[in-house]
Design a protein around this ligand. Structure first.
Ligand code: GLN
Length: 259
């Protein structure tokens, strides 16, 4: 863009801002923060790039966190992020300890009996991972006699239990967080891990050369934010904010930033 044109554009943008602030009409003033609703958002923060802890600041960051913050901003409410175990999220929501789950949670029929999901905000699927040097396991069909590691309460854990029931694996070891599952595989405690593909990719990127993904993606899943069954108004706000952020291009920028 031509330099003179660019600075003219900036001047126009600033002038428009000043004018709209000055004349009082048009867009409504945002509610003062003490009048805004504030909701507690529960998340399990070892699930990059959806939610993780910033090593420098100790803050919980990630795709889901940016998205729910932007939705809140768009819809005029406040959110506060709270760290919880993944299997504790739905009970915490039901008991009123938190109001929203933003934690890479797959929309499933069984969960939808307990919580109300927003519209889906991203698609993912489960993948099988083994150690880089493993030449024996090339797909889920090579797991006979093997031990699979999973995170408690997840769709990966449900699939592993199904494989166990069908006699396709020898055992399942369950851990609280996926970072520990990955560590356990590196230490030889499990032969393979079933986990959400984008998250396993993030772990591989953190420690290249240790773990690899084998075989086809095992499932197709969609993540949703969850609220209590009776909180239809909040669910509607989340859906409206999500739709506006998709429309505005913010969502696409966030995807480009994280994936
Ligand atoms: N998407 C998976 C599930 O909903 C895993 C989520 C997670 O561990 N945060 O079960």
């Amino acid at each position: 863009m031509n330099k003179i044109f660019k600075s003219a554009l900036v001047v126009m943008m600033v002038a428009a801002l000043v004018l709209s602030a000055g004349c009082g009409g048009g867009t409504p003033e945002p509610a003062p923060s003490d009048e805004r609703e504030s909701y507690l958002v529960g998340t399990e923060p070892t699930f990059p790039p959806f939610q993780m802890t910033d090593e420098g600041t100790g803050e919980i960051i990630g795709f889901d966190i940016d998205l729910i913050n932007a939705i809140a901003e768009n819809q005029g409410f406040d959110v506060e992020i709270q760290s919880l175990g993944f299997d504790g999220l739905i009970p915490a929501l039901q008991s009123g300890q938190i109001d929203i789950i933003a934690s890479g949670m797959t929309i499933t029929e069984a969960r939808a009996l307990e919580v109300q999901f927003s519209d889906p905000y991203i698609n993912a699927g489960l993948a099988l991972a083994v150690l880089e040097e493993n030449t024996e396991i090339e797909s889920v069909d090579d797991l006979e006699g093997k031990i699979v590691g999973v995170q408690i309460g997840t769709t990966g854990a449900i699939l592993a239990d199904e494989l166990l029931d069908e006699g396709k694996i020898d055992g399942v070891r369950t851990f609280n967080t996926i970072d520990v599952v990955m560590m356990e595989m590196v230490n030889g405690g499990v032969d393979a891990v079933i986990n959400d593909l984008p998250v396993t990719i993030a772990y591989i990127n953190q420690q290249p050369g240790m773990i690899k993904i084998v075989g086809e993606t095992l499932t197709s899943e969609s993540y949703g934010f969850a609220v209590r069954q009776e909180d239809s108004e909040l669910a509607a706000k989340i859906n409206a904010g999500l739709a506006e952020l998709i429309e505005s291009g913010f969502y696409e920028e966030l995807i480009a930033e994280y994936f």
